[in-house]
Ligand binder design. Structure first.
Ligand code: SF4
Length: 292
């Protein structure tokens, strides 16, 4: 196991993988910390399937988004430290009792070595589900390579196209290069869905990311365009993050997705009363055939 942590692009080199070690920038220590877990039906259709996605929400995060809706566990670490054996039982329950479609690792990066160790005994028993690596996109390709066995599906954000915004809003220097490299890696190595969360006042960055994706990767990448931004936490006092996305901002992004030729994927309804995902193009078919 790595001695000093360099799992995420921050590479803070915390000496955290031993008892009594120092927490990393993200707050992670020498045990996996889990906020909650269970079947989840709010992800994109191929991830949810019929029986739901087995989400494990890990505490802590490698970014600190001032508008984060999950701040109690992402910023403040709410959750419980688990032993590897306890984490094994969480994965077992999801697979055997809940019979979920996959193990959905939500913000797993600080805990990858522990996750791999936890699923080993299950694999020995023949219990294996696909893994969903569910992430802000702030990843290192070296880490993705090292843990590619935990990435059958990459469910990655492309959140910013300007590092000034990523630094100011998420304390994430180098986000643009890191997330784009991660998406390129994902498209070459895993089933991929790229989430485009439209942020108030930053629709232009969503459009720039769609343009980059279409020209530098492919417009066949399934994208999930999301209108669901809701002000939370410090975003409530930090314009423009203190408001919802305006309808015309959102439309500019969905129109750009169509103009760039994206046909695989989903568009979230704009109204909160209409949260369902509409298909972007005609290519989906009834089996949600977006997988590469
Ligand atoms: S995962 Fe956490 S501890 Fe590891 S490099 Fe990133 S911020 Fe530091």
């Amino acid at each position: 196991m790595t001695c000093l942590c360099e799992l995420c692009p921050r590479r803070c080199r915390a000496d955290r993988f031993r008892e009594g070690g120092a927490p990393g920038w993200c707050g992670a220590l020498d045990r996996p910390r889990v906020f909650r877990w269970g079947p989840h039906f709010g992800e994109e259709p191929p991830i949810v399937g019929e029986r739901g996605s087995g989400c494990v929400f890990f505490s802590r995060c490698t970014m600190k988004c001032l508008y984060c809706q999950n701040s109690p566990w992402s910023w403040r670490g709410k959750g419980e430290d688990r032993t590897i054996a306890e984490l094994t039982e969480i994965f077992r329950d999801l697979a055997v009792k809940d019979r979920v479609e996959n193990w959905n690792l939500v913000s797993p990066t600080p805990y990858l070595p522990f996750i791999r160790e936890a699923v080993k005994p299950l694999a020995d028993e023949g219990i294996r589900l696909p893994f969903v690596w569910n992430s802000s996109g702030y990843e290192r390709v070296e880490t993705l390579e090292e843990y590619r066995d935990l990435c059958d599906w990459a469910l990655f954000d492309l959140r910013y196209s300007d590092d000034r915004t990523s630094r100011e809003a998420s304390a994430a220097p180098g986000y643009v290069a890191a997330s784009r490299a991660a998406v390129k890696w994902a498209w070459a190595n895993a089933k991929t869905i790229v989430r485009i969360l439209v942020l108030p006042g930053h629709a232009d960055e969503a459009i720039e990311n769609l343009a980059w994706l279409a020209t530098e990767v492919s417009n066949e990448v399934p994208v999930s365009v999301m209108a669901q931004y809701t002000p939370a936490y410090m975003g409530l006092e930090t314009p423009p993050f203190d408001r919802s996305v305006a309808e015309d901002e959102y439309e500019s992004v969905t129109e750009a997705a169509a103009d760039f030729g994206f046909e695989n994927g989903w568009i979230q309804g704009f109204e909160a009363s209409d949260p369902k995902l509409a298909l972007l193009g005609e290519n989906m078919g009834s089996d949600h055939g977006v997988v590469k």
